[in-house]
Design a protein around this ligand. Structure first.
Ligand SMILES: NC(=O)c1ccc[n+]([C@@H]2O[C@H](COP(=O)([O-])OP(=O)(O)OC[C@H]3O[C@@H](n4cnc5c(N)ncnc54)[C@H](O)[C@@H]3O)[C@@H](O)[C@H]2O)c1
Ligand SMILES: N[C@@H](CCC=O)C(=O)O
Length: 515
């Protein structure tokens, strides 16, 4: 008997005891910085000479950890282990598989602050964002465990006289999980836990930016009782092993989350049948966003400004769901911009290890340079009304940046920046607000701030995004409450944390017996 799913509560760091616990965890984690981590193949820990070096993006000198790099030979060994493990793991009762996830959730919950501390170091997340990321990871474990118990019952189909029909779900075979760095615990946890609880062994290739926290998850699942070979940790350079993982004949599914460019590449490659391959690969590709908040003339303007600013600048805009476009009715345009600037002025930028830092550094030099370049493009395309500063002397810091008066077709209105930059444009009526909101190739999240019921109902039908929010920001979906995934070039709309997600990793079978 498991309790009904409820999402993990967030930690209130205004409570002195909670604050102390996180500070203690940060001190403990600092003592571990610079350690070396192995690959894990068939339960064996393998240290290689060649390493991925993960650095603290807020302090470039600080090495978080050095993680072994898999070669193609390691990947081959991992496939062998996964193929072998499939024969036994798929026959382990669903209840026992679910219990591995529940035990893992309990382990992470007990060590929550330690995991947050690792995320603060490895991914540059401020305290509240790190805490939210870990809570989401726990939610995925709890939610997918319960989903598996439910799906294990199969679905009802009809019988005729002297006939018995059973419709049930079975595992599909080993697969590959390729996550991004920005939800370095939650997304890794969810994209690994779902196929595993469904009975499929996994090869996990973490992001090269955040391999340490991914390794910590592998340790937890091992401690929770996951048999060897079911989760193989093959960190490495995607240029060396990425295609090899995707193309492999034993890959049954690729559970990818990341940029549009990588997702499309994987989607195309996975379609090609390799020698010895006897199945079609499934691709789950959750990709980028160019997410929009629209504000009509009836809106609560304080709510509008709050929603835009926090959706745009939370975790420095490094969320696929981040608001990077604000489209405002012309009657309230100036006021919403003024209010947004006033809120943006209050945001603190600094080292995420410190308390009360709202925004920290962006993940690496490449992202820093890319965002800076977009700020220069924005200066050509619109008017810079707030921020625009960047400083990479110690870490990769970009300050909250607001542009106004953009043409909807401008590059900073169309291309994913993945940084703390939001662009405002004006529209004359609700039709135009919606038209601009829909005019990108992405379709991930969006929000409408309005008190007009007809406008909200119109948006429900015509605002073409996978996650649409009314009178709130467009980030922070909760597992089991707002399943997550986008339309158009934002991906395959797999709806992570939703009731249909596990079916991506299962095959439905019918057995019909005649008496
Ligand atoms: N839709 C969602 O749910 C969602 C969630 C989080 C992030 N994202 C998107 O992810 C992007 C940011 O993440 P990123 O910078 O890590 O993306 P990325 O595409 O650079 O990398 C994602 C993963 O793909 C791997 N990879 C890179 N090249 C590969 C190749 N040729 N073959 C196989 N794997 C390869 C990387 O090592 C990493 O593990 C943004 O576009 C963001 O919007 C989407
Ligand atoms: N699920 C997260 C976004 C994940 C992508 O970066 C949200 O809803 O904000």
């Amino acid at each position: 008997m498991v309790l009904p799913f409820k999402h993990e509560p967030f930690t209130d760091f205004k409570v002195e005891e909670n604050k102390k616990q996180l500070e203690t965890a940060l001190t403990a984690v600092r003592k571990e910085l610079g350690r070396e981590y192995p690959l894990v193949i068939n339960g064996e820990k393998i240290y290689t000479d060649d390493k991925l070096v993960s650095i603290n993006s807020a302090n470039k000198e600080e090495v978080v950890g050095k993680v072994s790099k898999a070669t193609k030979e390691h990947v081959e060994q991992a496939f062998e282990a996964a193929v072998k493990a499939y024969e036994t793991w798929r026959k382990v009762p669903a209840e026992d598989r679910a219990h591995v996830l529940f035990r893992a959730a309990a382990i992470v919950r007990r060590r929550k602050h330690e995991f947050s501390a690792w995320l603060i170091q490895d991914a540059g997340k401020p305290w509240d964002q790190a805490d939210g990321d870990i809570a989401e990871g726990i939610d995925f474990l709890e939610y997918y465990g319960r989903q598996m118990l439910e799906l294990d019952q199969g679905k009802h189909v009809e019988d005729r006289i002297t006939e018995n029909n059973k419709y049930f779900y079975k595992a599909m075979g080993p697969g590959v999980v390729i996550p991004p760095w920005n939800f370095a615990f939650a997304i890794v946890c969810g994209t690994v836990a779902a196929p595993i609880v469904a009975g499929n062994p996994v090869l996990l290739k973490p992001s090269e930016n955040t391999p340490v926290i991914a390794y910590k998850l592998v340790e937890v699942l091992e401690e929770a009782g996951l048999p060897k070979g079911v989760l193989n940790f093959v960190s490495g350079d995607p240029k060396e092993i990425g295609d090899y993982l995707v193309d492999h004949k034993d890959t049954h599914f690729i559970n990818f989350t990341g940029s549009r460019a990588t997702g499309v590449r994987i989607f195309e490659r996975a379609a090609k049948i390799q020698e010895g391959q006897q199945h079609l690969k499934r691709v789950i590709a959750e990709m980028g966003g160019k997410d929009t908040i629209i504000v009509d003339e009836t809106a609560d303007l304080d709510l509008a400004a709050e929603s835009i600013v926090h959706s745009a600048f939370g975790f420095s805009g490094q969320k696929c769901s981040a608001c990077s476009r604000a489209i405002i009715h012309e009657n309230v345009y100036d006021e919403v911009i003024e209010k947004s600037i006033e809120i943006a002025k209050t945001l603190t930028v600094g080292n995420p290890s410190e308390e009360n830092v709202y925004m920290a550094s962006v993940i690496n030099q490449t992202q820093f340079d890319k965002i800076k370049n977009y700020i220069e493009i924005g200066k050509e395309e619109g008017e810079l009304v707030f921020g625009g500063e960047a400083d990479d002397t110690k870490g990769f810091f970009i300050y909250p940046t607001i542009f106004k008066d953009l043409d909807p077709k401008a590059r900073i209105m169309q291309e994913e920046i993945f940084g703390p930059v939001v662009a405002f444009a004006k529209a004359k009526d609700f039709d135009e607000l919606l038209e601009i909101a829909n005019n990108t190739e992405y379709g991930l999240t969006g929000a409408v701030i309005s008190t007009n019921r007809a406008h909200l109902e119109r948006a429900r039908e015509d605002f073409h995004v996978g996650n649409l929010y009314f009178n709130r920001g467009c980030t922070a979906a909760i597992v089991g409450y707002q399943p997550f995934g986008g339309f158009k070039m934002s991906g395959t709309d797999s709806k992570a944390g939703g009731p249909d997600y596990l079916q991506h990793f299962l095959e439905a079978k019918i057995v019909s017996e005649q008496f």
